[in-house]
Design a protein around this ligand. Sequence first.
Ligand SMILES: CC(C)(COP(=O)(O)OP(=O)(O)OC[C@H]1O[C@@H](n2cnc3c(N)ncnc32)[C@H](O)[C@@H]1OP(=O)(O)O)[C@@H](O)C(=O)NCCC(=O)NCCS
Length: 208
Amino acid sequence: MYLRWLYYFNRLNFALLKLRLSGRVEFCEGCDISTRDFRYRGSGKIRFGKGAVLERSVFPAVFDAEAGSEIIFGERVWLRGKYCANVFTAFAGARIEIGDDCGFNGAVLAAKNRVMIGKKTLLSWGVSIMDSDLHDLSNSRKARISTVEIGDYCLIGVHATIMPGVKIGSHCIIGANSVVTKDVPDNSIAAGAPARVIGRLDDRDRAS
Ligand SMILES: CC(C)(COP(=O)(O)OP(=O)(O)OC[C@H]1O[C@@H](n2cnc3c(N)ncnc32)[C@H](O)[C@@H]1OP(=O)(O)O)[C@@H](O)C(=O)NCCC(=O)NCCS
């Protein structure tokens, strides 16, 4: 009985959330969103593809979408906040694009221009991805802004940081605590600070 009421309560909250954010946030068919954990700020557009899930978790998911920005989640993207919050910040005019079947467990993504992640890529807790330095380095050295791209079927390990301009290929693993400052080719294991390729991998499309 209690579970049934909880189910209807969540359905009602979800319907109210959709109404409140209509025109800015689009939820496609079959999305399962814990409204309690959903935080939206700004006026940018967000789209959750079919079957996207925001789990009822310990930590919330924050979607910070400034004017003219877009945050696009593919189908069946799974957001979990078991150890820390997921935070997606798209600054004015920026775009964050996440492919189908990606999984997040407490990552921070900050885009001034563009951050793109392919399909079936998993991001562990404490991962940070930024496409800009966010602050000027000095009076003469302005903040870099450069697109970050991560391919399909990657695993980004605990507390890894992906720096501006980096392109990580498909079927890659980034080791725990790594700081990735340079491109990583397909089918590589890269680790360390700065990250270096320490091994090669076969494909990960059937890895769990
Ligand atoms: C990167 C990783 C996959 C490497 O595994 P591996 O291929 O078995 O590599 P090894 O453990 O044999 O280590 C190879 C070398 O890389 C070093 N290394 C491994 N992981 C490293 C890391 N995260 N940072 C720095 N160096 C690392 C090892 O010390 C070793 O160095 P050596 O050759 O000088 O002795 C693994 O260490 C890792 O970090 N996994 C990610 C775990 C994770 O975050 N999972 C997500 C949970 S949701």
